[in-house]
Design a protein around this ligand. Structure first.
Ligand code: CTP
Ligand code: MN
Ligand code: MN
Length: 484
């Protein structure tokens, strides 16, 4: 029986190609607040899982489950009563979460989140679009998708297409935060930051185990070459592009080209290429902590050394080891890095050092421009790490009998009153930091960076990361939950 008349033709209510698995469950998706295209997407999905759906303008008395995305149940019920006054007692009027759960399970789930008459809103657990409102451990249940997204993001980055690049990074970040693996597109219905393109890639991966778009990129000459060139310490996308345009395709090409002048960083990058591109282990990071600790305390016994970056987030491996060093006495931090560098040099373990003196000036804050780098004194180092200093030995290739390896170490040295901001900024992940700043700006009208938090007219003080989260009105997220 047709309850609502519309000019569009009435579609058959039973799936044609797909097999009906659940005879007793006859769905009706309410288009209000859902939109036509989304509704037809959901319809296709449900049919492919063997559900019976009533389509388009059709509302039939045979319907057993009405699913709505409209959280205002009172208006929904009013509308339903107009459509089907007779048999509403026998119908389950349900929240969309029942539908998404059922699609994920591939069967109608027993949990029935009803939308009772008179209720005004439904509690649906939502995933925030901001990484700083999600908890993301190092355990990634959706690696098959996030790996694909990262290739796409990088490929867009090489083409300087920031929009799609960021879209794929955000999508990857959302999936990383899930404590479960996505097994069907239906399961992603309530997730933010997943656009049409990302969903198309996911669908391919779900169906074929891989994405053809990603495979195409991975075999693309330009992508492969830029990826290879940027893997060298000191070579950014701009230099890589320049070399690519000159027709260079391999390291041999670069090293044989007499017209190319490699700077100190790049020369070191080539010299220690194998070691630097090899991941640093947790045990190696611990050993480096001792080395930095000793170098610092030899000069300033009261100095503070904190592990930051990926290892602070609990990662097992990293591309480098990051430390913050400062002194309890404001101003004394100025002599720290030059002295540490000297100490390391004397020990004979300093293979490379790029030292950047502080350009920090409180009077120039807050900065409204986005800046990739903060203004604190910092140095990017390559150190020689002896096997004998690492518990369980070095993380090196089998058959490597040198007894040492080169490792990348970053040191940053903020004044102690900026410590909490620097620690939060250097702990990462990059996506977590981006969203912290975006959240501060968009939601709180504040400015956050590695130096300070600024609220309209005043700086907000903080001695710990917890203070900063509290100022932002955010629940505290532990470092190991920031792997966004
Ligand atoms: N960072 C920064 N300013 C820089 C360099 C890094 O604020 N000049 C921050 C980045 O935002 C990042 C953190 O410091 O969140 C650590 O950077 P990096 O070592 O590149 O990344 P990790 O997260 O530590 O990852 P990995 O384990 O691969 O080193
Ligand atoms: Mn790091
Ligand atoms: Mn680093």
């Amino acid at each position: 029986m047709v309850m609502r008349k519309r000019s569009r033709p009435v579609e058959a209510d039973v799936p044609r190609r797909e097999e009906v698995k659940f005879e007793d469950v006859r769905l009706y998706l309410v288009e209000r607040k859902m939109g036509r295209s989304r509704r037809s997407f959901l319809t296709q999905l449900a049919r492919s899982k063997g559900f019976i759906l009533f389509f388009f303008s059709l509302y039939s008395d045979e319907v057993t489950h009405v699913v709505s995305e409209d959280s205002h149940a009172s208006s929904l019920w009013k509308w339903l009563k107009e459509c089907a006054p007779k048999n509403l007692q026998n119908v389950n009027v349900l929240d969309i979460s029942w539908f998404t759960d059922s699609m994920r399970e591939g069967r109608p789930v027993d949990n029935l989140p009803t939308l009772p008459e008179g209720s005004t809103s439904t509690p649906v657990t939502t995933v925030s679009q901001y990484a700083c409102q999600r908890r993301t451990t190092t355990e990634n249940h959706n690696k098959i998708f996030t790996d694909a997204f990262e290739v796409l993001a990088e490929s867009y980055e090489f083409s300087e297409m920031e929009g799609p690049c960021l879209a794929f990074r955000r999508a990857a970040s959302v999936l990383k935060s899930l404590p479960w693996a996505v097994r069907s597109l239906g399961a992603t219905l309530d997730l933010p930051c997943l656009g049409e393109h990302t969903k198309a890639v996911m669908e391919e991966v779900l169906q074929c185990g891989r994405s053809f778009e990603v495979e195409k990129i991975l075999s693309d000459e330009r992508y492969r070459t830029l990826k290879l060139f940027t893997s060298v310490f000191g070579v950014g996308p701009k230099t890589a592009e320049k070399w690519y345009r000159r027709g260079l395709r391999s390291f041999t090409d670069i090293l044989a080209d007499r017209s190319i002048h490699l700077n100190q960083m790049q020369q070191t990058g080539f010299l220690h290429y194998g070691d630097i591109t090899r991941a640093v282990s947790k045990a190696e990071a611990r050993s480096l902590r001792n080395i930095i600790d000793e170098a610092v305390r030899a000069i300033t016994p009261a100095a503070i050394v904190a592990l930051t970056g990926g290892f602070r987030r609990g990662k097992e491996f990293g591309h480098d080891v990051d430390f913050i060093v400062t002194t309890p006495e404001l101003g004394k931090e100025k002599i720290l890095l030059p002295n540490i560098i000297n100490g390391l040099k004397k020990q004979g373990i300093l293979l490379f050092c790029d030292y950047q003196a502080s350009t920090f000036d409180m009077a120039k804050l807050p900065s409204y421009r986005f800046e990739a780098m903060d203004h604190f004194a910092k140095c990017f180092l390559i150190l020689r790490l002896e096997a004998s200093q690492v518990e369980g030995g070095l993380h090196i290739a089998e058959g490597d009998s040198r007894g040492w390896r080169a490792v990348r170490v970053d040191l940053v040295s903020p004044p102690v009153d900026r410590y909490a901001f620097a620690l939060l900024g250097w702990t990462g992940s990059r996506q977590f930091e981006r969203d912290l700043r975006r959240f501060a700006r968009v939601k709180q009208r504040m400015i956050l960076d590695n130096h300070c938090l600024y609220d309209k007219t005043k700086f907000l003080a903080a001695t710990t990361e917890k203070d900063i989260f509290a100022h932002l009105g955010l629940e505290y997220i532990e470092p190991w939950q920031r792997n966004a």
